[in-house]
Design a protein around this ligand. Structure first.
Ligand code: BES
Ligand code: MN
Ligand code: ZN
Length: 502
């Protein structure tokens, strides 16, 4: 993991990273480049001439390296169009793109325009997330790989302020736990099963302090799931040699009264073949990411505990591997969910809603909840509707949704509110059971949301976050987002807890 530092003094690192933006002028000849180097003075005139010779544009995701004078390298990272104040997300992405391009170097100082602590945090997060790489399974191919940037220093005039030191500490935790989410997503089902997921989380919770920091892990195994009536998790997991689990992490603040109490529930399908509704071979490998919601809620809960946020979290990860076998759930099978509702499984590939239904009901046994949030790579329809970079928010409570949506804007994670139209609900009616697990195809993301809504008490504020597209990047890396697991939702889940305090 990359280490993080804060400084307002002389630069000691190998590399200096500054920003480059452009001004669109009305004059003929187009835009002029503007160097944004924060509190560090540079000979800008000479540098601008060099940058112009190099054809620099200052567009986002452009990273230009030149030999430095005070440092080995001077790096310009694109900030896009010049602004009096750049958004935190612009700086987070620019820092990420630079950190990604600096693999092979050991240390870099980032001097970008930051006038407040939140911006310092964004730059720090971007640098840590951009420096991420996943090499756990490389052996021979490791030889020619450049190692990730080892040390990041954020240069700021605010460096001596307590507020700046505080946000650097929290950015380090947020960076580390986002990388945990990515690692879990990138780990294939050969190395991540429902059981090993639980063991990894339990070991990590123990390592970071366990009950001493308010964390407690409980695992319900397959036999217990069956005997206690968790029909959804059991039905999805029964076709696999790797049996299902229900992982719970509870966080109770130590020596502080909880200001709010939330349940976080994450879809944990360690691999989704589609079951007997087998998915096509092309692209199926991406379904190792179908546990992204579970990874996000677990990592967020541990991060919240490490940040000592006085909010109680009940985190649930229903974990199963959706496989094909002589014991797999068949289309037409009727199952009884935790809490008693019967479901006709018309499509075993609509499995996420089955494991989540059980976990949502279980989570509501805690009668002190102020809200419940589920996070899931739930539908291909989400990707069709919003693309690969914007996640959906659905809700039974407009106020809670507005609150969360506002928070996501400060974290830089792209979400968008989506409706749950009542008229689609009838499509989930079954001729033989309480409900079917699929309904109308059009608006499939919303139909899945309406299915989950049936498992939540009307008076409990609930958010359903469908992260199917944004959880896993199958395209090119950009900003602080690598190829593979992205870690989306972690920052917003942590920020939601943080918002309960201020
Ligand atoms: N895990 C998938 C959804 C998904 C698709 C996530 C693409 C990420 C990228 C989910 O379990 C699924 O298969 N959903 C079906 C539901 C359908 C059968 C109603 C889908 O979206 O096709
Ligand atoms: Mn599926
Ligand atoms: Zn799935």
């Amino acid at each position: 993991m990359t280490t993080l530092h804060l400084s307002d003094g002389a630069i000691k690192d190998e590399v200096l990273v500054v920003g480059l933006s452009f001004k669109t002028s009305s004059k003929k000849g187009g835009g002029a480049l503007v160097i944004e180097s924060g509190d560090i003075a540079l000979d800008k005139k000479k540098l601008l001439a060099t940058l112009s010779d190099l054809g620099a544009t200052g567009k986002s995701d452009e990273v230009i390296k030149i030999p430095g004078t005070a440092t080995k390298l001077l790096v310009f990272t694109g900030l896009g169009e010049n602004k009096t104040i750049f958004s935190d997300e612009t700086l987070r992405r620019a820092a990420g793109a630079a950190a990604r391009a600096l693999a092979g170097n050991s240390s870099a100082t980032f001097s970008l325009p930051a006038k407040k602590a939140a911006t310092i945090a964004a730059i720090a997060e971007g640098a840590l997330l951009g420096a991420y790489s996943f090499n756990k399974f490389r052996v021979d191919s490791m030889v020619n790989r450049q190692a990730s940037l080892k040390s990041v220093t954020i240069h700021s005039a605010l460096a001596k302020k307590a507020e700046a030191k505080e946000v650097i500490k929290s950015a380090a935790i947020i960076g580390e736990y986002t990388c945990l989410v990515r690692d879990l997503i990138n780990t294939p089902p050969s190395h991540l099963t429902p059981d090993s997921f639980c063991k990894e989380i339990a070991a990590l919770v123990k390592k970071v302090g366990g009950t001493a920091i308010g964390l407690k892990v409980t695992v319900i195994n397959d036999a217990q799931l069956k005997s206690k009536g968790y029909g959804g998790i059991t039905a999805v997991g029964q076709g696999s040699a790797n049996p299902p689990r229900l992982l719970q992490i509870s966080y109770t603040p130590v020596k502080a009264k909880a200001k709010k109490s939330y349940a976080y529930v994450g879809k944990g399908i360690t691999f989704d073949t589609g079951g007997l509704a087998l998915k096509p071979a092309a692209g199926m490998e991406a379904m190792k990411s179908d546990m992204s919601g579970a990874a996000a809620v677990c990592a967020a809960t541990i991060a919240i505990a490490l940040l000592k946020i006085p909010v109680a979290i009940d985190c649930y990860a229903p974990l199963a591997e959706n496989m094909v076998s002589d014991n797999a759930t068949r289309p037409s099978d009727i199952i009884t969910m935790y809490g008693g509702k019967t479901i006709e499984v018309l499509n075993p590939d609509a499995e996420g809603r089955l494991v989540l239904g059980d976990a949502l009901v279980k989570a509501q046994e805690n009668k002190n909840l102020d809200g419940i949030i589920d996070v899931a790579t739930l539908t291909g329809a989400q990707v069709v509707a919003l693309g690969t970079r914007t996640s959906a928010i659905m809700t039974n409570n407009q106020e809670f949704s507005d609150h969360f949506f506002a928070i996501t804007k400060s974290t830089g994670e792209a979400f968008w509110p989506m409706p749950l139209p009542v008229e689609l609900r009838a499509s989930l009616d079954s001729p033989v059971a309480d409900m079917a697990n699929i309904g109308e195809r059009m608006g499939g993301m919303l139909v899945a949301g309406l299915f989950l809504k049936e498992f939540v008490a009307t008076e409990l504020p609930w958010l359903h976050l469908d992260i199917a597209g944004p959880a896993y990047n199958e395209g090119e890396p950009y900003g602080y987002t690598p190829v593979g697991g992205t870690g989306v939702a972690l920052r917003s889940l942590v920020a939601l807890a943080q918002a309960a305090v201020v």
